[in-house]
Design a protein around this ligand. Structure first.
Ligand code: ATP
Ligand code: MG
Length: 650
């Protein structure tokens, strides 16, 4: 398929890029053969240490003794690295641009202003009783105070656990209990896509759970001024506890291996896991990947559309950009509100040079065609990124042509909550691109493919994607359950980190993520990832999104059940049915031809926008009374609709 197409490194940007191909290869080589030297050098160059480290890497993937430590005797502070060290040279430059849900609302914070806000709020948290090592739960809208609260936690050595503001009270309660958060920071209400989100009311409801009785205080930011219930024994206003605080707060010296934050995975495959990241290795990895993957140059205006509730919002909205002294945009709204041109309009308004978004947003905009760029120029854009799911080549091409005007390299970044930062990605200026491929590993990352018995596959091959050795940004444990950590990530293929994703490596050594291993189909003895079939479907001009799952089939073992959503204005018909089947047969081959097509109004997604195939599998096999954990589902009504539509699937 489109893998044949190779987009050369664009000359117009390569001239100014940080790295060329040879430099990438040289640095990669050093990072693998001399990890202590490589990471020690970059650790010293990219971060400020309160006490320098003398050891670099001390990690073991040995079964039963998995232990990961980087820079273990160094001391540093994350907020000081993200703010204080920039004050001398760029204190008056903008650190955070806030773009409100409404296009009329925006504001800016310089590094000086951010410093003052973070120090004051740090002092307020201390006064509330928050101490070093304590877990603080953030359930916040996308306002600058979300970043302020994160940075204030890191300043005083508290561990944040952010719960996406779109989660239900039950999901919030579960995460408060699991992470043992005695403090909760929230707002009266959030605003998203023109609608209010009752954050404080959700917290109130969550805390009615008797198992949350240990929660000591709830700090409430006034965002909308909407009415809220008040528990005077527990609730305090952000502004009241912060206003009169001193504008200085010395950063707490933290050990590199002290916990930095807990974050629960998206829950695409099952019950979310409390991923624990620590201070030094994580910050270095976020800082260095940000710099090279986005080819950051001072003066860039960087926009990552993710919410702070996801790992992307941690590493590439707050920590990576700010540690580099970059200007980062924090967007309260959604890419298609009030119109599908919003994302492009924000790019023009703030002269965005680097844009980082997700395939789900790209496909949603693509379904609207040119409306997504109407009246905008996007001429400031230089580099564009994608993260979260495999990006179908069709969506890649659309992003490249329509949003980026064939001018901007696309970095398709593969990584996970667990990995802390990007592991497989092109580097602008160094990597020729292939639509749909995440291409090559970042420094220090040793991906490999193994068959189901754990035998390593060489050359062009397809199999389970594993990582052979540790990198600084790797998670250290599942919070409170090291056993589960070893079990989940180190037991399937002992001695390596198991990603749970499948991948293919082509003749050029490029990696193509084929989907989650749990979702792999086995049709007449042929194992097939979901991504390839879905990409073939999405390549049809009338199809905007697709998801395939396996269903029992008498002859083939498994048959292919395809859920399809159509482009705006298109309608399902018997003719289209035939056409789509023939299309896949032609694109991939008869083996991949879907057995059943299900015209869907929408697909079930996690709140971070990922397709939940495990739910689609249950619907396809009529097991709707055992859907499993649905707390991370963005819109539960989608499931009812799919069950209704099922009678027409054929
Ligand atoms: P859970 O682990 O709870 O099931 P999740 O895996 O969706 O949830 P995340 O850590 O947010 O939680 O997502 C990581 C996964 O997202 C990867 O393992 C991969 O399946 C997918 N992914 C992320 N980026 C890419 C990409 N660029 N290409 C292909 N897949 C990607
Ligand atoms: Mg996962």
């Amino acid at each position: 398929m489109s893998e044949q197409k190779l987009y050369p490194v664009k000359a117009n940007i390569a001239d100014n890029c940080l790295l060329n191909d040879q430099q990438y290869l040289d640095m990669y080589q050093e990072s693998i053969t001399q990890p202590d030297q490589f990471w020690g050098k970059h650790g010293n160059e990219l971060l400020d240490w309160i006490q320098p480290f003398s050891k670099v890497k001390n990690t073991s993937y040995d079964p039963g003794h998995v232990s990961i430590k980087w820079f273990e005797d160094g001391l540093l502070n994350v907020s000081a690295n993200c703010i204080d060290r920039h004050l001398k040279d760029r204190g008056d430059e903008v650190a955070i641009i806030w773009e409100g849900d409404s296009p009329e609302e925006d504001s800016k914070l310089t590094f000086n202003e951010l410093y003052e806000k973070v120090c004051k709020f740090s002092n307020a948290l201390k006064e509330q009783g928050v101490t070093k090592g304590e877990v603080v739960c953030l359930y916040m809208p996308m306002v600058p105070e979300a970043a302020v609260a994160m940075l204030a936690c890191t300043r005083i050595g508290a561990v944040h656990s952010i719960v996406f503001g779109g989660f239900s009270p039950e999901a919030l309660a579960g995460r408060i209990i699991d992470s043992n958060s005695k403090y909760v920071i929230t707002a009266d209400e959030g605003v998203r896509g023109g609608r209010g989100v009752p954050l404080k009311a959700n917290v109130d409801q969550a805390l009615e759970n008797p198992d949350c009785a240990f929660v000591k205080s709830v700090v409430v930011l006034k965002r909308t001024g909407g009415e809220v219930n008040w528990n005077a024994n527990r609730d305090v206003w952000w502004h009241e506890i912060t206003e009169s605080q001193p504008a200085e707060c010395p950063p707490e010296p933290m050990n590199a291996e002290d916990p930095l934050f807990i974050l629960y995975t998206s829950g695409s495959t099952g019950k979310p896991k409390g991923v624990l990241h620590t201070t030094g290795g994580y910050l270095l990895y976020a800082t260095m990947t940000f710099k090279y993957v986005f080819d950051y140059h001072p003066g860039d205006i960087y926009w990552c559309t993710a919410d702070v509730g996801w790992i992307t919002g941690h590493s590439y909205l707050v920590y990576g950009p700010l540690a580099n002294g970059a200007t980062t945009i924090l967007f309260e709204g959604v890419p298609n509100y009030p119109t599908s041109a919003r994302m492009s309009e924000v790019c023009d308004k703030h002269q965005v040079t680097i844009l980082y978004t997700a395939p789900t947003a790209i496909r949603a905009l693509m379904a609207q065609g040119d409306a997504a760029v109407q009246g905008t120029s996007r001429s400031s854009l230089r580099i564009m990124g994608s993260v979260g799911e495999p990006i179908n080549p069709e969506a890649w091409e659309w992003y490249y042509r329509t949003i980026g005007d064939e001018r901007c390299p696309i970095v398709d970044t593969w990584w996970q909550t667990e990995t802390g930062g990007i592991l497989i990605t092109p580097l602008p200026g160094a990597t020729a691109l292939k639509p749909g491929s995440a291409t090559r590993p970042f420094f220090g990352v040793q991906p490999a493919l193994v068959d189901n018995e754990g035998n390593e596959l060489e050359g062009a091959a397809e199999g389970n994607l594993i990582i052979k050795d540790s990198w600084p940004g790797q998670m250290r444990t599942v919070y409170g359950d090291h056993e589960r950590f070893e079990q989940t990530y180190f037991s399937t293929f002992p001695g390596t980190y198991t990603t749970g994703d499948g991948a293919r490596r082509d003749e050029d050594g490029y990696f193509w993520i084929t989907g989650r291993v749990d979702d792999v189909l086995n049709v007449s003895g042929h194992r097939m990832g979901t991504a390839e079939i879905e990409s073939a479907l999405v390549a049809h001009p009338k199809i905007s999104e697709a998801a395939v799952v396996g269903v029992p089939h008498e002859i083939k073992g498994q048959g292919i059940y395809a859920y399809i959503t159509l482009m705006a204005g298109e309608e399902a018909s018997a003719e289209l049915h035939k056409e789509v089947k023939a299309w896949v047969r032609k694109e991939i081959g008869p083996i991949a031809t879907p057995d059943i097509l299900h015209w869907a109004e929408a697909l079930p997604k996690t709140r971070s926008g990922k397709i939940m195939r495990r739910i689609l599998r249950k619907i396809a096999t009529n097991e709707t009374d055992s859907l499993g954990d649905t707390s991370t589902l963005a819109d539960p009504s989608v499931v009812d609709k799919l069950i209704e539509e099922k009678s027409n699937a054929a």
